[in-house]
Design a protein around this ligand. Structure first.
Ligand SMILES: Cc1cc2nc3c(=O)[nH]c(=O)nc-3n(C[C@H](O)[C@H](O)[C@H](O)COP(=O)(O)O)c2cc1C
Length: 331
């Protein structure tokens, strides 16, 4: 049974990758992930704000944040709140690389151009096999149009791509007016992978203390559907490999992701909740399922439920919407 999956130029032994999270912070858990079968490991992200702080000192860091995101400094984490500072991050890449044989993917999070681009090269020099660039950003400025915002993000991706020789994947959010067009623009920059999607942690309101309370809830399988839809739409329309991130809680979710067109299935919440050994079970269940349904490889099913063969994705999405709305019967 061939579970191998091509991702970012690596021939992954199976599609399961430990997604960006604290799981790679400690070498014990990194080794446990590899032992459980993780085909690659993504490290948590280093944030551009951390790099600015290191380069210019705290006040410049706060000012830079204030310029971009007025009022954000009120809620800003202290430098000590970050698990790994920029130098520690580079040193940690080396340690993780020494601890495991599977590809190690470093992650950097930034959405503005700047001197921090050089960190991409430094991560490469520290031994990262690939880089995941997380563009996490919520456009909330009524003065900035969608295309202006996308142009800015494209410049960020181009800056990182130009300075790096290792494969680069870009982690996207679903909130673009034309996600397919944006994905194609990134593809034109020769990014090697697109990771769909970032999760947006929706803050709640504490109505008694009049405070905004950030909430971090682990995902459920419900979040998978948005990823499946977009991977199915993009498969065959971009050259970049597609990675599914969000809502994977079992081997069947990986089957769905592969049928939609994903090359790699990233898992975080399930591993945080149940531990790295969960991956062993996913891999065994995936093998059994493929045997039962007489698939010899994952490749055989990749993209077989994508929109590639069905033509007009927009018409299909609209038709499905009409059908589903009409299907509800009141008693
Ligand atoms: C505690 C925690 C920390 C995370 N840290 C990062 C991070 O540093 N960088 C990143 O790109 N994503 C990070 N993520 C997001 C995950 O990589 C992943 O995209 C998201 O959790 C959806 O996958 P899941 O449904 O398997 O959890 C984090 C998620 C959790 C729960």
């Amino acid at each position: 049974m061939d579970l191998s999956s091509p991702y970012l130029g690596f021939n992954l032994k199976n599609p399961f990758v430990a997604g960006a999270s604290p799981l790679a912070d400690n070498l014990d858990s990194v080794r446990r992930l590899e032992d459980a079968g993780a085909a690659a490991i993504v490290m948590r992200s280093l944030f551009v704000e951390q790099i600015i702080h290191q380069q210019t000192g705290y006040s410049a860091y706060v000012e830079s944040v204030e310029e971009s995101y007025a009022e954000a400094t009120t809620y800003f984490p202290e430098v000590e709140d970050f698990a790994l500072g920029p130098d520690q991050y580079l040193a940690h890449i080396q340690k993780v690389k020494q601890a495991v044989d599977v590809p190690v993917i470093a992650s950097i999070n930034g959405s503005e151009t700047g001197d921090w681009f050089q960190y991409a090269r430094m991560m490469e020099e520290a031994g990262a096999d690939a880089l995941e660039l997380n563009l996490y950003f919520l456009g909330a400025d009524p003065e900035i149009s969608g295309s202006a915002m996308e142009d800015r993000l494209i410049k960020v991706v181009a800056g990182i791509r130009d300075r790096t020789r290792i494969p680069v994947a870009v982690k996207l959010s679903p909130y673009y007016s034309s996600l397919a067009h944006f994905a194609r623009s990134l593809d034109a920059l020769r990014v090697n992978g697109l990771v769909l999607f970032n999760r947006f942690y929706q803050p709640d309101i504490d109505i008694e203390n009049l405070e905004v309370t950030p909430t971090l809830k682990l995902s459920s399988s419900e979040e998978l559907l948005l990823r499946l839809r977009w991977i199915a739409i993009l498969y065959g329309k971009v050259d970049a490999d597609l990675a599914l991130s969000g809502g994977v809680h079992g081997a069947m979710d990986a089957v769905k992701g592969t049928m939609a067109g994903a090359s790699c299935i990233q898992v975080v919440s399930a591993l945080l909740r149940e531990g790295p050994d969960t991956l062993k079970r996913y891999i065994t269940e995936l093998q059994h399922w493929l045997e039962e349904f007489e698939y010899e490889s994952l490749e055989e099913m990749r993209g077989n439920m994508s929109h590639m063969r069905s033509g007009d994705a927009e018409a299909i999405e609209r038709t499905n919407y009409m059908k589903i709305i009409q299907s509800w019967k009141t008693s």
